[in-house]
Design a protein around this ligand. Sequence first.
Ligand SMILES: [Zn+2]
Length: 430
Amino acid sequence: MTSLIVKNGRVLDPASGLDEVATILIGDGVIKRISGSRESLREQIIDATGLLVCPGFIDLHTHLREPGREDKETIATGTRAAAAGGFTSVCAIPNTNPVIDSQTGLRFIISRAETDACVNVVPLASVTRGQCGEEIVEFGDLVYYGAKGFTDDGHPVMNTEIMRRALEYSAMFDVPILDHCEDLLLSDGGIMREGFVSTKLGLKGIPPLAESMQVARDADLAEYTGGHVHIMHISTAQSIEHIRRAKARGVRITCEATPHHLTLTDEALYNFSTAAKVNPPLGTANDRDALVSALADGTINCIATDHAPHTDIEKDQPICDAPFGMIGLETAFPLLYTRLVLTGHISLQSLVDKLTRGPAGVIHLEPRGTLTEGAPADIVLINLDKEFTVGAEPFFSKSANSPLIGEKLCGRIETTIVGGKVVMHNRVFA
Ligand SMILES: [Zn+2]
């Protein structure tokens, strides 16, 4: 049996409290021993001296675009981008074409992942048929065939009665509803956050209420039904307040924030950059600071990328016509490490926690997300001292719609191991 040893790295696992130089012995795809002696004669050895060794990151929010928009991304290219960013598991958002709302769709994702993916692909299904917001899907059937959660992401569930029923059904199967909160009557074709910058640029704004009012509504619905609602990509200070209050009264509510909402503001659109056009839109410095505080105090459960690849042709349009979204898998860790950890806003432990144990807890992926003995050997090795320029090397993603191109960031993902198999080593894929 071939095994693998990762030796002499700084092993950091917030879930088990481990933070020391240690050696990890891997066999049969799982962690056999940490700091153990060498047992196998045919092991492959990776010297991690000077590197950080963490549980592989988990992304709850990845748009892999397959089936339907393989010109933007595929399961093959999207999972390579994930591995290059240190992610060993990604949740496939089902707003594909066709929408993943049936057993057939789930089977396609699962079988395509088996042949094409280099990291674990966690299938999600839509809340409503075709994401039309009118009729809920067969929850029990889809959970049986592998759906770990339900989301109409890309669109909100506008109909309150349907959201109520969805939360009731999801509670029966103990899976979360992943919730894109946006009151479409309030966002009403807006391009960016409503405020000083949108006024100056003359672009139609989206008021922060468009998000926070649905957060409040769905917190109340989760409380009433006992369902678990997970608020995706929160972006406003008011949304955080609603979540904080709901958590204090015991509501089953969790939330994620994206690397871009945690580090950028609406000022990134001053040059009409379509790369910074995202939904929900980038907020003010006040929103960003509130998000960072909520990450530090635990109100935010996890970081999720909302990796949303688009072609150059689409993003090169005038800002009003370009689609919302930016890629994020390959820059998530270095961006947050450089802008939040090196500046003293959050600890390295906290950042790793929000990329590992945090997301694993939301969709019940444990024992993924930790480096304990017997857990799947999903591991990432990072050179924290290595500085690089975003875009200097091509992205592994099929798309390059990132506003960070040209930025210097610290913290390079060097090696990614999935199920005991080295999928990327020294930035080269196996
Ligand atoms: Zn969304």
